[in-house]
Ligand binder design. Structure first.
Ligand SMILES: [Zn+2]
Length: 338
């Protein structure tokens, strides 16, 4: 029989985490679902779909994956492979003791799979596996939420539309029915349902933080509890301030006289107006730091607000002002000549 490289099938490295394997599998199962294809492409998709499900049946199960990995990493897909159970470590011996009328072919698995996992697979599908799996925590859900600066600082309560995975009703999350790979869920064991959840975002969350909301994920399997919602916090773009992590940056426009002589100005910050002292001789491009006037940084602390000095000319200059600038200009010329 031919060796099948299940890692290659799912397009993941041999070091892939359980989560990466699950993600790769879901993506491929959706892409190659036979119901989404027609004609010649349908038959091709069906073959692909079967193989993807077989790969996940193995790599998605820690025991099967360990056993598969033990077969050896050096095999390449398509190599002629003779399964010799005595090569397996840990006292594993292969004797198929499943019920004789149990038809693995019905599940569309390869000879390779049937030889290596036939026994385990048959057992896991024989009631015992079903009850063991029955009461399980629902799927955890990841979602992103964009919050305004004000919402980050003060907290907010929001309604969110979520696509949350729920246990497939057709196969009860078993991914296969007696007729083969479950069509209703594409063999994923879960169906994506949209739902609205009300989330309470506390004050002081920082961009990049994750919030775990217990019980707001997918429904539990059987009597199992619902999964959790992991809300990843992002900062929404803001027209007044550029956001850099928990720091903010903005331009501060001042006039030449303020730059030369210094001044006190009122500047807006997310935490309200602040009086800022401009030192005499400030340069264009210089950054003034307003400590703790940025976004939350976690632990009740805040980032900083940076104001970049820009120097502009008043548009409504009077003749008197211009006369004084002329005077300054003359003095500059003399200074340069010296
Ligand atoms: Zn299903």
């Amino acid at each position: 029989m031919k060796y099948i490289d299940y890692y290659e099938t799912l397009g993941v490295p041999k070091t892939a985490s359980d989560k990466e394997i699950k993600q790769a599998y879901r993506k491929l199962a959706r892409k190659h679902h036979p119901d989404l294809h027609q004609g010649d492409a349908k038959a091709e998709a069906e073959e692909k779909f079967k193989l993807i499900n077989e790969a996940y049946e193995v790599l998605g199960d820690p025991d099967k994956r360990a056993k598969y990995d033990k077969l050896g990493m050096n095999w390449k897909a398509g190599d002629e492979f003779n399964f010799d159970p005595s090569n397996m470590d840990g006292g594993y011996t292969y004797t198929y003791q499943g019920p004789s009328d149990f038809d693995l072919g019905g599940f569309g698995f390869s000879d390779f799979f049937a030889n290596i996992f036939g026994q385990d697979f048959a057992r896991s599908r024989q009631g015992g596996g079903r009850t063991r799996r029955a009461n399980r925590k629902g799927e955890d859900v990841d979602a992103e939420i964009s919050l305004t600066i004000d919402e980050l600082i003060h907290g907010v309560e929001k309604e969110m539309y979520l696509s949350a995975p729920n246990v497939c009703a057709a196969c009860e999350g078993q991914r296969v029915t007696q007729r083969g790979v479950c069509r209703a869920c594409g063999g994923t064991g879960v169906t994506e349902d949209t739902k609205t959840v009300k989330v309470k975002v506390p004050a002081g969350l920082y961009p990049g933080a994750s919030l775990r909301l217990k019980g707001l994920g997918g429904k539990g399997y059987g009597d199992g509890p619902a999964g959790d919602l992991y809300l990843h916090i992002r900062a929404a773009q803001n027209p007044s301030w550029q956001i850099d992590g928990s720091d903010l940056e903005a331009d501060l426009m001042i006039y030449p006289d303020q730059a030369v002589l210094g001044d006190k100005v009122q500047v807006p910050t997310p935490h309200g107006q602040v009086q800022l002292k401009i030192q005499p001789g400030v340069h264009a491009g210089q950054r003034l730091r307003l400590k703790n006037k940025g976004l939350p940084k976690g632990g009740g602390t805040f980032g900083d607000l940076y104001l970049r000095i820009r120097i502009d000319i008043p548009k409504d200059q009077s003749e008197e002002e211009r006369e004084l600038y002329r005077k300054i200009h003359e003095l500059r010329q003399t200074a340069k000549a010296d």
